[in-house]
Design a protein around this ligand. Structure first.
Ligand code: ADP
Ligand code: ADP
Ligand code: MG
Length: 462
C-alpha cells in the first residue's frame, strides 16, 4: 500500500480523499494556493505545501509545481479529486513518469474517454447506444448545419472537452446555429482551452441516469448501480439520488451491462462513471464517461456500503477488487443536495464571502461533505460548491423527509446559497412522485420562486 499520497485538489473533495487516507493509515500531503491558506484540507493533512497564487492556472493546475512537491515530499501516489487535473491525460502520464502513481485511469484511457466526440464513436463501435449526431468532431458551423439537417432539429452543440455543463447550446433552427456554434466554442476555449465541438440530436425530456464503475488492474470491471441526476440547472446537477426510481430491474441490468462494456471499450481502470440519457420511450443513450470520482459518488456509497475513494486507492495500488458484481447489493435510498454559494435572486450568480456562521445538520442517516466552518473566507477564484448534504433512509419517501429536515437545520450565514431552492424542490409533487426529467427545473423554477415569495409574504402578514 502507498505510504504517502499527494492530494492535488482543494475544498470538500480534498477533505474526502484525506479522510479515506487517514482511515487507511496513509499519510497525506495537501497543496494549496495562497487563497486557501486557512482551508480545512490544509489544516488536517499530515503536511501542507503552498504551490502558488490564487489563480488555478498558477496553482492547482500547475503540473510541474505539483510534481515537484510530490517528489520533494516522497509521495508514492497522487489523487486528483474531480475537476482541475483529474481528467488531464498528460498529467496522469507525467505522474507515472515521475514515479508517483496517478490514482485514476491511464493517460490512454483518459484520452479515449475524455474527448467526448471521439468517445461517442468508440461507444457506438462497442455496441453501446449513442445519440444520433456527428459521432465525432464537427469542423465548423457549416459542417454542423449539414449534420443538423440530417438528424433533425432541435440539436445540441456540445464541447468535446466540456464538463460541468459548460460549452453546451441547444439549437432549435438552422438560423440559430452559427451564432450558437461560435458562442459555445468560445466558451469551451475559455473554460477548457479547446474549442472542438460535436453535435447530438436533442433528446426531449430525458432523465440523466449514470452508472458507477469500478475496474481493477487485473481486468475485473463491475458497476455499483445507478444514480438519477435529472434535477439540473443549465445542464449542471443540483440534486442526485440513488438508486434511480424509474429503472425496472430489467432496464437496470441492461444499462449496467452497457456501462461495463463502455468502460472496457476504453481499457478503463479505477473508479469512473458512465452517463446515459434515458428517453421518454425508455431507450437509453450514452452521454459521456467521466474518468474520475464524481461529485455525487456519496449517494452510491450510502446505498451500497462501498467506500469508493478507498477502492480508488486500493485499485491504484494494484489490489484486486474485493467483490464480484453479485456481491454488490442495494440498501435503501440516498439523496444529495449540492449547496452552492450563489444568489438565487441574482440569476444564481456566484457570491463568495465570509461564512460568518455555519451550522451543519446531523442525526441518523445524514452526511455532510464540506470544507466550510464558521469564520471561513470563501475565495472567489474557484467552484461555488461549498457543501454536499447527503441523506440515507430505508425508502425514497423517508429520504425526502430526512433531506427536508436536514436542509431546515442547515445554517450558513455570510453569503446566499441555493439550499432554499433545493428545499422547495423536495416539496414539488413531480419530485415527490419521482417523475422529474432534465427539463424539470427550467420548467418549474418560476413556480418554485413564486411559492417562496408567497410564503414569505404570508409569513410577513401574520
Ligand atoms: P460530476 O460529473 O461529478 O457531477 P460536474 O460536471 O458537476 O461533476 O463537475 C465537477 C467539477 O469539475 C466542477 O467544478 C466542474 O467545473 C469541474 N469539471 C468537470 N469537468 C471538467 C473539465 N473537463 N475541465 C475542467 N473542469 C471540469
Ligand atoms: P458535461 O460534460 O458538462 O457534464 P454532458 O455531456 O454530461 O456534459 O451533458 C450535461 C447535461 O446536458 C446532461 O446531463 C443532460 O441533461 C444534457 N444533455 C447532454 N446531451 C444531451 C442530448 N443529446 N439531449 C438532451 N440533453 C442532453
Ligand atoms: Mg456530464
Amino acid at each position: 500500500m502507498f505510504k504517502r499520497i499527494l492530494i492535488a485538489n482543494r475544498g470538500e473533495i480534498a477533505l474526502r480523499v484525506l479522510r479515506a487516507c487517514r482511515e487507511m493509515e496513509i499519510e497525506t500531503v495537501a497543496v494549496y494556493s495562497t487563497a486557501d491558506a486557512e482551508a480545512l484540507h490544509v489544516q488536517l493533512a499530515t503536511q501542507s505545501v503552498c504551490i502558488g497564487p490564487p489563480k488555478a492556472a498558477d496553482s492547482y493546475l500547475n503540473q510541474s509545481a505539483l510534481l515537484t512537491v510530490a517528489r520533494a515530499t516522497g509521495c508514492d501516489a497522487v489523487h486528483p479529486g474531480y475537476g482541475f487535473l483529474s481528467e488531464n491525460a498528460d498529467f496522469a502520464d507525467a505522474c507515472a513518469e515521475a514515479g508517483s502513481k496517478f490514482i485514476g485511469p491511464s493517460g490512454s484511457a483518459i484520452r479515449k474517454a475524455g474527448s467526448k466526440a471521439a468517445a461517442c464513436a468508440l461507444m457506438k463501435a462497442a455496441g453501446v447506444p449513442t445519440v444520433p449526431g456527428s459521432n465525432g468532431p464537427v469542423a465548423d458551423a457549416d459542417a454542423a448545419l449539414k449534420i443538423a439537417a440530417e438528424v433533425g432539429y432541435p440539436v445540441l452543440l456540445k464541447a468535446s472537452a466540456g464538463g460541468g455543463g459548460r460549452g453546451i447550446r441547444k439549437v432549435n433552427s438552422p438560423e440559430e446555429l452559427p451564432a450558437a456554434f461560435h458562442e459555445a466554442s468560445a466558451e469551451a476555449v475559455a473554460c477548457f482551452g479547446d474549442g472542438t465541438m460535436y453535435l447530438e440530436k436533442f433528446v426531449q425530456n430525458p432523465r440523466h441516469i449514470e452508472f458507477q464503475i469500478l475496474a481493477d488492474s487485473q481486468g475485473h470491471t463491475i458497476h455499483l448501480f445507478d444514480r438519477d441526476c435529472s434535477v439540473q440547472r443549465r445542464n449542471q446537477k443540483l440534486i442526485e439520488e440513488a438508486p434511480a426510481r424509474c429503472l425496472t430491474p430489467e432496464l437496470r441490468q441492461e444499462m449496467g451491462a452497457a456501462a461495463v462494456r463502455a468502460a472496457q471499450a476504453v481499457g478503463y481502470e479505477n473508479a469512473g462513471t458512465v452517463e446515459f440519457l434515458l428517453a421518454e420511450d425508455n431507450q437509453f443513450y450514452f452521454c459521456e464517461m467521466n474518468t474520475r470520482v464524481q461529485v455525487e459518488h456519496g449517494v452510491t456509497e450510502m446505498v451500497t456500503g462501498i467506500d469508493i475513494v478507498r477502492q480508488q486507492i486500493r485499485i491504484a495500488a494494484g489490489l484486486p477488487l474485493g467483490m464480484k458484481q453479485e456481491d454488490v447489493k442495494l440498501s435503501g435510498h440516498a439523496i444529495e443536495c449540492r449547496v452552492n454559494a450563489e444568489d438565487p435572486e441574482a440569476n444564481f450568480r456566484p457570491c463568495p464571502g465570509t461564512a460568518s456562521f455555519v451550522y451543519f445538520p446531523g442525526g441518523t442517516g445524514v452526511r455532510i461533505d464540506s470544507g466550510l466552518y464558521s469564520g471561513y473566507i470563501l475565495p472567489p477564484y474557484y467552484d461555488s460548491l461549498v457543501a454536499k448534504v447527503l441523506v440515507h433512509a430505508p425508502t425514497r419517501l423517508e429520504a425526502i423527509r430526512r433531506m427536508r429536515r436536514a436542509l431546515e437545520e442547515l445554517t450558513i450565514e455570510g453569503f446566499p446559497t441555493n439550499a432554499g431552492l433545493s428545499h422547495l424542490i423536495l416539496y414539488h409533487p413531480d419530485y415527490v412522485r419521482g417523475v422529474c426529467t432534465t427539463a424539470f427545473l427550467e420548467n418549474h423554477l418560476q413556480e418554485l420562486v413564486d411559492w417562496d415569495r408567497r410564503a414569505a409574504e404570508s409569513e410577513a402578514a401574520k
